[in-house]
Write a protein of this length. Structure first.
Length: 215
């Protein structure tokens, strides 16, 4: 079953001062640190060598398989299919679902981002497995992020979840926010900087799990 509790997202842009080899080591470490989902999100990184991107992602995918971590790809269907990812995540302005869905193997997980109430009420594609809702708080990790929702508006949006899809919150989430986000009805938290910039990734993941369980 899809466990969205600790949903880590990262890509080379989150390790701007590191070589691709070091970025790989750091992303592998995130995957091995107890997260339940890992999403590879690459915002147009220009890799030095042809084929390096797919090699990197295939290697991360292999680590995720060993760790039994659900492996998602942001936005890139071809890449998701090539590395046999568990799923693909798309935003509102990415490839339209009517075009995307026919390309997906039936067992591939499909996630969709929503950013407001009208996008929640518009969710009707039966192929969608979960939603990402945000940004809940202001974030520095997404250049084109829309205005932050706040927990109160996020709960209002969750009340309009007519398909009862699992929903993961995203955007500026810190450890201290987890209890309020769980109480708001979210099924998990998606984070970039909380883990990519953590001094101790495994300790941060453990603290997140503990906070979530006890909330
Ligand atoms: N989508 C909405 S906010 C966001 C994405 C990809 C960035 C989340 O990153 P952080 O560092 O956890 O705020
Ligand atoms: Mg996108």
């Amino acid at each position: 079953m899809l466990d969205l509790t600790i949903y880590a997202i990262a890509g080379p842009q989150d390790y701007p001062t590191d070589s691709i080899e070091v970025a790989f080591e750091k992303m592998s470490h995130v995957i091995e640190s107890g997260v339940t989902v890992f999403q590879y999100r690459d915002k147009g990184m220009a890799f030095p060598k042809l084929g390096q991107r797919e090699q990197l992602v295939a290697a991360l995918r292999a680590v995720a398989k060993l760790e039994q971590v659900t492996f998602m790809i942001d936005d890139d269907v071809k890449l998701a299919l090539n590395v046999h990812a568990d799923g693909i995540h798309v935003g509102q302005s990415d490839l339209a679902l009517e075009k995307l869905v026919p390309q997906l193997p039936t067992d591939m997980i499909l996630g969709l981002s929503i950013n407001n109430l009208s996008e929640m009420t518009a969710v009707d594609n039966p192929r969608i497995d979960y939603l990402g809702l945000g940004p809940i708080f202001p974030t520095n990790s997404k250049a084109d992020a829309s205005a932050s929702l706040g927990v109160e508006y996020a709960s209002e949006i969750l009340n309009a979840n007519q398909l009862h899809l699992p929903v993961v919150g995203i955007g500026g989430i810190q450890l201290k926010d987890l209890p309020a986000l769980k109480q708001a009805g979210l099924n998990g938290v998606a984070v970039i900087s909380l883990l990519t910039q953590a001094q101790d990734v495994a300790a941060t993941v453990s603290a997140m799990k503990e906070s979530w369980q006890n909330a």
